[in-house]
Design a protein around this ligand. Sequence first.
Ligand code: AMP
Ligand code: MG
Length: 491
Amino acid sequence: MIETKEIIETGWNLDNSYARLPKSFFTRQNPTPVPSPKLIIFNDSLATSLGLNFLALKSDDGTEVFAGNKIPDGALPLAQAYAGHQFGHFTMLGDGRAVLLGEQITPKGERFDIQLKGSGETPYSRGGDGRAALGPMLREYIISEAMYGLGIPTTRSLAVVTTGESIIRETEQPGAILTRVAASHLRVGTFQYAAQWGTTQELQALADYALKRHFPEVSDDENRYLSLLKEVIKRQAVLIAKWQLVGFIHGVMNTDNMTISGETIDYGPCAFMDTYDPATVFSSIDIRGRYAYGNQPNIAAWNLARFAETLLPLLHDNQEQAVKLAQDAISDFAELYNINWLEGMRAKLGIFNEEQEDEALIEDLLNMMQKYGADYTNTFRALTFNKLSDTMMFDTTEFTQWHELWQARLDRQQEPKASSYQLMQSNNPAIIPRNHRVEEALEAAVKHGDYSVMERLINVLSCPYGHSPEQEDYSTLPEKSDRPYRTFCGT
Ligand code: AMP
Ligand code: MG
């Protein structure tokens, strides 16, 4: 009897443009096989947008791919080389626990890196085990997808599998692998690596590659490397403003964790601010608050200055001229950031046009929030729905006076109030991944193998501007704790 087996196409359509860069930028490296992989979570809609067939990939065969046990057709697995400033100190890094399988070309012709994170040792592991734990990989899945829902440029998460192996951290943890999807994994640190250890030709090859991949519209400019610098600065100004507007704290803004594409990358100790305070830090290793909420724009500018330095040999033959071009470009960051931030803040307050005093109106509100310990997200939400109760700040005369000024400001614009409130709804999220909710989901998943809490959370986070009734539940604050919330890198 002839057995018929339906073969469903998986949809892999992989290219390997990064592997065509000079050899020094990577090492060919297969993932290290794992004993018994199990698919924990899979992103159907992301798969579909990539041209992948989720039904085929959610099979045992698909799981083998996301575990690194099977290499899909067209893949050319490699570990990328990069360097970076970690907390201000320059060092050689590279993919120590990740491999790039290749770049998926979508039905629309877009190109996305498919990377396995937690896939075993590489030449860049520096003594690490090359593995990742389930908790931190699910955390990256939840928060990166929440960021995507919030409309913030980000790498995304396609799948998490457990490996069947335990790994040793402070305690024994289930090992896991995350499939990360990114516009690319080019980092400021990739350029630092080229500038520090490569030839000018290698640096130029990298810059041309970045231009072609992310900024084709400026790749024929007279000084295309200056255009590259300016475009990266623009994207980061947009990105960091978006972070600030939703209260996102990255936690480890090392230069290796800053992309050239302008996507948020590396969800380690990140978390969302609750009570408004620019000094907020969650990461247990950020003792001095280098990466505090209010410091993120300054750090972005610092990182971009490191990026500009790497490009100096390409910017101009005359070094002085090159430095001048770089400095001028970098000094634009603060203003670009501020324009983006103000635009976003105006939208959060239902303001359509521009007035000189808007910045003061916004600052006054933020200062009040800090003074009265108001929750950042819920304050804007309360303003959006005019539910001004339940918090100390709303009962003060200071707030009443501010509210009058704000209402008068809205009255001075042409648009009716209803339009203002609509604008506010689409700029003030109903929910963010609150720390206690994320922890609760991870605990259920990792300790009890119950993934339903996480699935519900991911579901409500997918449409944060929806303001649906089921989101109401997720806006409540954690009970006051004596200990501040702390996050860990989870490496
Ligand atoms: P991260 O904190 O994820 O930005 O990682 C910083 C550097 O440490 C990168 O070069 C990582 O590849 C490397 N790294 C992190 N965790 C591990 C691990 N478990 N094994 C090997 N390398 C790691
Ligand atoms: Mg990193």
